[in-house]
Design a protein around this ligand. Structure first.
Ligand code: SAH
Length: 225
């Protein structure tokens, strides 16, 4: 059924309808199966994670600018990466590239504990404010070069890298537990493959999930800043 656009674009009712359509048409219809994930994404106010002037476009099928030349990832990509982490709820997760904090919030609702690293302090601060306002407190924010991981918080059960890397950053792989899974876009600055890397007997076992396009991971074990 079609519905008319309400006069007041900012109403929560408007956003919650958009959100339900996003889950149905962009996620469920494209074979996102993790029921907990669909519930979390159907509940989380994505419009609060984008600049106010873009709020009405927050549930569109694509990435959006969040300032500092960075982007909030397309909903489908967020879902695909999160599903590939195979979270059951008791994990400690490392996220590299906090950005808007949208992916961070999803991870917080689906795992026990999240550590998120962002190189740009302004983005980290904005994300901290939004997560606090949502009552999310199972998270630690770090500002710095995520290509080095977060040694003081290691080891991790899962790692998600939300920026494009030239390869698996060795220090980050080392901070992952045996049996752990890292989801990371690997390739050039403009095009990458989404890869799931499982740690088996200390060695990386890669599974390719498909093509993708992310902003570059800049740092010591990433692309030169
Ligand atoms: N998950 C985020 C994606 C943000 S884009 C979202 O959906 O909003 C990727 C982010 O990675 C950017 O904010 C960028 O500043 C950050 N980034 C790039 N290189 C980094 C590094 N070496 N360490 C930490 N963050 C990095």
């Amino acid at each position: 059924m079609r519905w008319r656009k309400p006069k007041d674009d900012s109403s929560e009712e408007f956003f919650s309808r958009k959100r339900a359509a996003m889950v149905e048409e962009q996620l469920a219809a494209r074979r996102i199966r993790d029921q907990r994930l669909l519930t979390v994404m159907g509940d989380l106010p994505r419009h609060r994670f984008v600049p106010p002037e873009l709020a009405s476009r927050a549930y569109e099928d694509g990435p959006l600018p969040i300032g500092e030349g960075q982007t909030i990832s397309q909903p489908y990509i967020v879902a695909e990466m999160t599903e590939a982490l195979r979270l059951v709820g008791d994990e400690k997760v490392l996220e590299i590239g906090t950005g808007s904090g949208y992916q961070t919030a999803i991870l917080c609702r689906m795992s026990a504990e999240v550590v998120t690293v962002e190189r740009l302090e302004s983005l980290s601060r904005a994300a901290q404010a939004i997560l606090a306002s949502l009552g999310i407190d199972n998270v630690r924010f770090r500002v710095g070069d995520g290509t080095l991981g977060s040694p003081e918080d290691a080891p991790f059960d899962r790692v998600i890298v939300t920026a494009a890397a030239p390869d698996v950053p060795e220090p980050v792989f080392a901070q992952m537990r045996e049996g752990g899974i890292m989801v990371i876009p690997i390739g050039g600055r403009w095009e990458q493959d989404l890869v799931s890397v499982r740690k088996e007997k200390g060695e990386p076992r890669r599974e390719y999930l498909g093509g993708c396009r992310f902003v570059p991971l800049l740092g010591e074990r990433g692309f030169p800043a």
